[in-house]
Design a protein around this ligand. Structure first.
Ligand SMILES: *[C@@H]1O[C@H](CO)[C@@H](O)[C@H](O)[C@H]1NC(C)=O
Ligand SMILES: *[C@@H]1O[C@H](CO)[C@@H](O)[C@H](O)[C@H]1NC(C)=O
Length: 430
């Protein structure tokens, strides 16, 4: 259950709750699990209290305690050293670095950074060795001076805040520009507009990029990650595909184990070129059809089944890489729905605004599969295969044939009881 609870951490993209109880109602079968999305958010009595900075952290200083209570320093060591075995983490293969060498472009030392890693993190200290560790490995490979790491921590009392704060000196040592801030914005607070709060947190993580575009290369890419367990090769592959496909945005596939059943997670956000969700959810909210991905989209289904990238209308899926151009030009930012717009999550609105400005080359890279804990990520990698396995068997029709127009209509799903198709650009004119 722990992995489930993690999977639905406050800053996760999909909004799941059971009115009056918690965020998630779980059981031993998919049909009993009815994650709900709802427009009228009811605050959860089990939600973490705001601003936990004054609380005693769960792990203490740099004193070495029992294995259950490692010190911050041990976390920092594990983050900085991929071979550190203090924490049981998802094992990662050594990627085919030749494939990705061009991304770092070491021959022409960049004057300005061009990779902006952004994260909003809440209560996930146990994930940091794998998540931040893989990001640090990637930044070292891409050239630390090409990279910026920007993290917004929120309301954690498990040591997440302390570890991320202490990371600063290590980042300075390797030459990565590090922006770290803690926010008490609480998307689950009473009376809070959840999506507006999440959008604020995302924009906060992007603050320096938006405020000071002159400090960044024109072709800067944002890599925005959820609290997922993943490998360096996962990050490099979505960056590579963004380049190779000339995509404006590339996303992974994210999964959550519902009991023993791996289930595509970001179903509330993601929409295919049919405008429909990746799997069908009936009005009773059942996820029984979660196994039946792209049931009405032959093209996407075939590309997905063969681990080949395919175009979508919207995705986020745990980790995503996208052009920073529209953010730097202040044309778009993360936002909540307008009055005359379907109630929807901020990543879906972000994709919609991208399309609106002519940036509709948005793709899922199905060779990259991530999960929300180390243990479950091991299972999903065993099941779906590591990215490197798929890359080694890459066929010759990898290139996406881009469609230049979005689907006319896109599924609006403020909650499962209310589903309809609306114009893709609903509310954007006048
Ligand atoms: C939910 O609705 C679907 C489609 O109408 C139906 O097949 C399924 O049995 C229902 N599940 C539950 C748990 O009511
Ligand atoms: C923590 O580290 C500092 C500096 O290395 C040291 O002076 C201090 O005694 C350590 N504290 C504990 C509780 O181990």
């Amino acid at each position: 259950m722990r992995s489930l609870l993690k999977a639905i951490a406050l800053l996760s993209v999909v909004f799941i709750l059971v009115a009056g109880f918690g965020f998630f109602q779980y059981g031993d079968s998919l049909s009993r699990i009815r994650p709900l999305v709802t427009g009228s958010f009811k605050p959860s009595p089990t939600a973490a209290p705001p601003a936990a900075t004054s609380k005693t952290p769960a792990i203490k200083g740099n004193a070495t305690l029992s294995p259950q209570e490692p010190s911050y320093i041990q976390y920092i060591h594990a983050i900085m050293d991929p071979t550190d075995a203090t924490f049981p983490r998802l094992e990662c293969p050594q990627p085919n670095l030749d494939r990705y060498a061009y991304l770092g472009d070491p021959s022409t030392p960049a004057l300005l950074p061009k990779f902006f890693f952004a994260l909003d993190l809440h209560q996930c200290v146990h994930l940091l060795p794998r998540l931040i560790g893989s990001i640090v490995e990637t930044m070292r490979f891409l050239g630390p001076h090409n990279c910026v790491l920007s993290i917004v921590e929120g309301r954690s009392d498990d040591g997440t805040l302390e570890v991320l704060r202490q990371l600063r000196s290590s980042m300075e040592l390797i030459g990565v520009k590090y922006y770290f801030q803690s926010s008490d914005i609480n998307p689950a607070a009473k009376g809070a507009d959840r999506i507006e709060a999440l959008a604020k947190l995302r924009n906060l993580a992007l603050k320096n990029l938006i405020r000071h575009p002159e400090n960044y290369a024109q072709d800067t890419t944002v890599i925005f990650s959820n609290d997922v367990a993943l490998c360096m090769e996962d990050i490099l592959e979505i960056l590579h595909q963004r380049n190779f496909q000339e995509a404006d945005q590339t996303c992974a596939m994210d999964w959550t184990y519902v009991g023993d059943i791996p289930t595509f997670y970001d179903v509330w956000i993601a929409r295919g070129m049919t405008g429909d969700s990746f799997f069908e959810i009936p009005e009773n909210g059942s996820w029984d059809s979660a196994w039946n991905l792209f049931w009405n989209d032959e093209k996407a289904h075939s590309r997905w089944a063969n681990s080949k990238p395919f175009q979508v209308f919207a995705c986020w899926n745990g980790i995503t890489a996208f052009t920073a151009k529209l953010l730097m030009e202040k044309k778009i930012a993360f936002r909540a729905h307008k009055e005359n717009e379907c109630y929807q999550g901020e990543p879906k609105l972000f994709a919609k605004d991208m399309w609106f400005h002519g940036y509709g080359k948005i793709a899922v890279v199905p060779s990259v599969n991530v999960e929300y804990s180390d243990e479950a990520a091991k299972k999903i990698k065993a099941l779906k295969g590591y990215a490197s396995k798929h890359v080694a068997n890459e066929g010759d029709d990898v290139k996406i044939t881009w469609e230049t127009s979005p689907p006319e209509k896109v599924k609006c799903m403020p909650d499962y009881q209310h589903q309809s198709f609306v114009a893709w650009d609903e509310g954007l004119h006048g």
